[in-house]
Write a protein that binds this ligand. Structure first.
Ligand SMILES: NC(=O)c1ccc[n+]([C@@H]2O[C@H](COP(=O)([O-])OP(=O)(O)OC[C@H]3O[C@@H](n4cnc5c(N)ncnc54)[C@H](OP(=O)(O)O)[C@@H]3O)[C@@H](O)[C@H]2O)c1
Length: 299
């Protein structure tokens, strides 16, 4: 059982929830924060019982010190290559140096391992770090949660509450998409850290729902008949994303450029896990689709 846990990215939306979930499971949690980290979030962490380790990622010695006596390092960092590759490599080096036994990289996304490199910029960065860490002598677990369920609130083509539309591509009106709440992701991550299992990859979803199922759920909930429609074939979708990307080079420096969001949706429509690991650990309460939809869709 891993009791001393170090969390990088602890001031982030997911990181903060992971810290809380770990503490609720009896872990002793240390958080890596930076001088420029949001002081309100650092205060929340402190009040939750997290030990704050202010470090300079440019000074590997400070990270090594923070890794002393740590059983597992959880990374919930968010960023582009400088973070997902460079900063996570710094974390990994420190973890290896200090004898940390388990590393959870900041994947927390759709399982990209079967997807085609080049299709999704943010997944390419994760794939590169995965190749790097898998050549090291440390236990690694990636958690694949599909999309955070919040995406359903943001009026994307998947569900647009303003235009009352639900879109899909190709013949995928019955293709199930994986959504996981951030709370469920954090609780599962904490359970995975504390359990001492040996799985390399774990797949979870609070709920899996197709465009047609989403339509039925919303109809039942609101009595409103959203329009389910096909936007294009999948290959046309892929070509339009490539075009958007080539026409928007500044998006290469943005974490969630518009074309990257489209790449994410394309990935969700391209891969589905064979099996979910939701039941691997006991006592986790998964949010259902009706519960989640009810939390933000008005009747
Ligand atoms: N599946 C999905 O739909 C989905 C959606 C959103 C996010 N995610 C993933 O979930 C994970 C966490 O994302 P999030 O939304 O919780 O992130 P977030 O709220 O943006 O937090 C990012 C964290 O990373 C840290 N960070 C950023 N740049 C850094 C740097 N250069 N050096 C050190 N620390 C740095 C921040 O620390 P400071 O406070 O010091 O800045 C913060 O703690 C990421 O892997 C993200 O891609 C998945």
């Amino acid at each position: 059982m891993e009791k001393n846990i170090l969390v990088a990215g602890a001031t982030g939306n997911l990181g903060l929830k992971i810290c809380t979930a770990l503490i609720n499971r009896g872990a002793k949690v240390k958080a890596l924060v930076r001088e420029q980290s949001d002081s309100d979030k650092v205060k929340i962490l402190t009040e939750a019982g997290v030990e704050i380790m202010q470090v300079n990622y440019g000074n590997p010695e400070s990270i090594r010190e923070a890794c002393q006596d740590v059983g597992c390092l959880v990374s919930a960092l968010a960023g582009l290559g400088d973070v997902i590759l460079d900063t996570q490599k710094i974390l990994l080096d420190a973890a290896l140096h200090s004898g940390v036994g388990h590393f959870i990289p900041s994947d927390f996304c759709t399982d990209y391992t079967g997807l085609i490199p080049g299709e999704n910029r943010n997944f390419d960065l994760r794939r590169a770090f995965r190749a790097h860490i898998d050549s090291s002598n440390i236990k690694v677990t990636s958690i694949f949660n599909g999309a955070f369920a919040d995406i359903l609130k943001y009026n994307t083509p998947i569900l647009n509450l303003k235009s009352k539309t639900i879109a899909y591509w190709g013949d995928k009106a019955d293709w199930k998409l994986d959504f996981t709440t951030m709370e469920n992701t954090a609780e599962f991550t904490a359970a995975s850290v504390m359990n001492g299992h040996s799985h390399r990859d774990l797949h979870i979803a609070s709920f899996q729902i197709s465009p047609n199922m989403l339509h039925q759920e919303i109809l039942g909930l609101t009595n409103q008949d959203f329009f389910v429609h096909k936007l294009s074939e999948m290959d046309e979708f892929a070509a339009s994303i490539k075009k958007q990307r080539s026409e928007n080079p500044s998006g290469e420096n943005e974490l969630y450029a518009k074309w990257q969001q489209a790449q994410y949706i394309y990935s969700m429509y391209s891969t589905q896990p064979q099996m979910l690991d939701n039941n691997l650990f006991a006592n986790l309460n998964w949010t259902t689709a009706p519960e989640y939809l009810k939390s933000f869709i008005k009747r």
